[in-house]
Ligand binder design. Structure first.
Ligand SMILES: Cc1ncc(COP(=O)(O)O)c(C=O)c1O
Length: 397
């Protein structure tokens, strides 16, 4: 099929929620390279929005998934699921969580986190109904997570929204202090706001969230859907802050491209769910949890996490050098391989397009920010190639 034929079908039959898509359709990939329908290769620094952490056609992941497909893909959680139990253990062993529930997406994991916190207080006999989240956050597209998301553009058509989410400015401790009260079930934060332009929370703020949650007996929920699974150079972004959440959520990178989400909680918070309180048909099936097992093992035991940390530092240095050279760059920020380049003017779209024309894929957030979230397996040579093209883009635009 040609791109034009795919477009024709898409325009006729697909419910268009994505606006005008980028004029590309990929058919295969290898390492950090994607090949489009016309056989052209692109270096991918977007990784399917921070998903494909092991890149494409990863030998072990592909082989284990093929084997799993042949053996068993799905049984439902009515039965015991070996890979689910093993992955829950891996996540618990490698994090501050004691228990894990598997969902299918980030929104679903966050929806579960909100339900868990609410149900915990309901069961305790002192129901709490309020959540505090941050302005410019993004937590997903279900009704509860749209209400949690601190951006009006996602909420408007769905009013009245689920009660009650209060949105406060990120990094403003006073505002958070004023918003806290005894009815708050949880404060939910992304430690680096990805969708609104790779904006890290300050360590002081994250510590204040923890302290205020402790003071008011509320849960601290960290949405690690984008920051989790090695993205920031640590397995979980909260490790960079030296603060442990009561509940955190995962999706994106956890399956290395296979659909999976996870709700992870400390023992006390996990008491919020008892049999019958929550459920899923697909969540944590043998196939997706096999993917999760490979991903975690590759990260923790086969050097991918270390690579993410090292390449993240190298990448940030190279970008900082570009920022010294070009006054068009206002700021370089982020951690590990979750990096943002903010321009002074609204040139991010142009830069992104130039890079695409030169066979590099990168995310563009709003008019001013590039979001760089490559596979965690990338090399110095890959980074040098990216920097070289970005340098040319800044020279020529
Ligand atoms: C921080 C964060 N939370 C939640 C979500 C929603 O995840 P999903 O699209 O898998 O539902 C996203 C997606 O971009 C995200 O970045």
């Amino acid at each position: 099929m040609t791109l034009e034929e795919v477009k024709e079908l898409d325009q006729k039959y697909y419910m268009n929620t994505f606006g005008s898509r980028t004029e590309l359709c990929f058919e295969s990939g290898n390492g950090i390279k994607l090949k489009n329908i016309d056989g052209e290769e692109y270096s991918d620094f977007f990784a399917g929005i921070a998903v494909n952490c092991l890149g494409y056609n990863h030998k072990r992941l592909t082989e284990e998934l093929c084997e799993q497909v042949k053996n068993l893909m799905h049984t439902s959680s009515v039965y015991y699921v070996k890979n689910q139990a093993l992955l829950a253990k891996e996540l618990a062993d490698n994090s501050c969580a004691d228990r894990v529930f598997f969902a299918n997406t980030g929104a679903e994991a966050n929806e579960g986190a909100i339900k868990l916190a609410k149900n915990y207080f309901y069961k305790s006999g002192n129901p709490r109904t309020e959540f505090i989240t941050l302005k410019n956050s993004f937590h997903g597209r279900t009704l509860a997570t749209v209400a949690a998301t601190g951006q009006e553009k996602y909420q408007k058509p769905y009013a009245p929204l689920i009660e009650k989410f209060t949105h406060v400015d990120a990094n403003d401790i006073e505002q958070l202090k004023n918003a806290m009260n005894d009815n708050v079930a949880a404060v939910m934060v992304e430690l680096i706001q990805g969708e609104s332009g790779v904006r890290p929370l300050t360590p002081e703020y994250v510590n204040a969230v923890r302290e205020l949650c402790d003071k008011y007996g509320a849960f601290m929920i960290v949405d690690e859907v984008q920051t989790g699974i090695g993205r920031t150079g640590r397995l979980f972004a909260y490790e960079n802050y030296g603060v442990e959440p009561d509940i955190f959520t995962l999706a994106k990178g956890l399956g290395g491209g296979v659909v999976i989400g996870a709700l992870c909680a400390k023992e006390e918070a996990a008491k919020g769910f008892t049999p019958g309180d929550h459920g899923t048909t697909f969540g944590g099936n043998p196939l997706s949890t096999r993917a999760g097992l490979v991903v975690i093992d590759e990260l923790v035991n086969n050097g991918v996490l270390e690579n993410a940390e090292n390449m993240g530092k190298y990448f940030k240095n190279q970008l900082d050098e570009l920022a010294e050279k070009y006054s068009e760059i206002a700021e370089v920020r982020g951690m590990g391989l979750m990096l943002g380049v903010e321009f002074k003017d609204e040139i991010a779209g142009k830069i992104g397009a130039y890079m695409r024309e030169n066979k590099y894929l990168v995310g563009v957030v709003g008019a001013k920010v590039l979001r760089i979230v490559p596979p965690l397996i990338l090399t110095k040579e890959d980074i040098d190639g990216f920097i070289n093209v970005l340098n040319r883009a800044l020279n020529e635009i």
